[in-house]
Ligand binder design. Structure first.
Ligand code: TXA
Ligand code: MG
Length: 327
């Protein structure tokens, strides 16, 4: 049985105690829900891989309170300091050379010489990290390959019996996973786009690039081709809705029709979601994984998704959707 418990003083202390005790707990963050464990405890970290069915070559992000705690675990260069001072706490993960003898389990890094670190801004998550008193390894709280969970119920549903405790704090604000920025190589590379965009980072690091190879030879082991995928097919850039399809809309549906005749507004509500009626990209990002899961029902032949502008957080949404649509 999975307990879903609203975050309050007592449940936060209970979650922190469970983490200290080597257990895994689902935790809220501003991006997506995370499945947390004490990063110093290999047995605890192994439970994450088991609960998620995650391949053990895919390394985890370690969550800490502040830049100082991060620099105890990784070699911070000048660029890292600049970026950390600007974007932490927040939805940005840094890949940096890991330090020796920090106690971080080798399972966390999957044998790599680098470590992913993030300082989250979510109040509940920060209080849990503080009370646990250890760095927290946490991937997204979903079964490997499924869309990330952005609500407590979706995390519980996706992980099933693999997890016993969900610390619940409503829907996540951002709705997409953190931007992953690799500062361990010659030039800064964005391995995973997110709400902190290429343009945002360019204001501080002129020579940053988006990893163009993510699609064929991912540098981040987690950026496997088929990822973030619902159980039914996803059809992108839809301008109409085919027989049996569900529709994930973005903006106005006034001019959109059903292939079988009639307007989209006549669709059953169970087959229709709108990411943002006002075409607001941030609202759409917050809703993306939640609505994909809502529409992921065997009675639908596919999910038709309307075009989303490739700008701001839309870049990250389109990257996730392209993976979801991979056959
Ligand atoms: O917003 C987020 O980042 C959420 C919340 C819970 O913090 N976490 C998250 O973790 O999305 P996960 O494990 O689902 O995605 C982490 C990504 C994976 O693609 C993984 O391969 C990559 O980061 N990664 C982790 N360590 C890495 C490393 N040392 N080098 C390259 N990529 C790494
Ligand atoms: Mg994930």
């Amino acid at each position: 049985m999975t307990r879903i418990v609203a975050a309050n003083k007592d449940s936060i202390s209970e979650a922190a105690a469970m983490l200290r005790d080597g257990k895994i707990v689902v935790l809220p963050t501003e991006t997506v829900y995370g499945l947390g464990a004490n990063a110093l405890d290999s047995e605890a970290v192994a439970k994450i891989f088991e609960a998620k069915n995650r391949p053990n070559f895919n390394p985890l992000i370690v969550h800490v309170m502040d830049k100082d705690s991060a620099s105890a675990l990784v070699e911070m260069n000048e660029e890292a300091h600049k970026i950390a001072d600007t974007f932490w706490p927040g939805a940005l993960t840094l890949i940096l050379p890991r330090k020796e003898n920090t106690g971080v389990s080798d399972l966390v890094t999957a044998g790599l010489s680098t470590l992913a670190v993030r300082v989250p801004s979510h109040k509940v998550m920060r209080e849990v990290i503080k009370q646990a008193g250890v760095p927290i390894a946490a991937p997204s709280a979903n079964n490997s390959g499924e869309p990330s969970a952005t609500t407590p119920a979706h995390a519980a549903q996706s992980l099933g019996d693999g997890v016993s405790y969900v610390l619940a704090a409503g829907a996540c604000d951002v709705g997409l996973e953190s931007t992953v920025l690799d500062l361990s190589g010659d030039i800064p590379i964005i391995l995973r786009p997110g709400v902190v965009t290429l343009e945002d980072i360019k204001n501080y690091l002129e020579n940053v690039e988006i990893d163009a190879s993510t699609k064929d030879k991912p540098k981040s082991p987690g950026q496997l081709l088929k990822h973030y995928a619902p159980n039914i097919p996803v059809r992108l850039n839809a301008v109409d809705v085919k027989e049996g399809e569900a529709l994930l809309a973005f903006g106005s549906i006034k001019f959109m029709g059903l292939k079988s005749g009639g307007p989209v507004k006549d669709m059953p509500t169970s087959a229709f979601r709108n990411l943002s009626e006002n075409a607001d990209l941030n609202e759409a990002a917050k809703n993306l994984f939640m609505m994909l899961r809502d529409l992921d029902k065997p009675e639908h032949k596919a999910i038709a998704v309307m075009n989303i502008p490739d700008e701001e957080i839309g870049v990250a949404m389109n990257e996730r959707l392209a993976r979801a649509a991979q056959k």
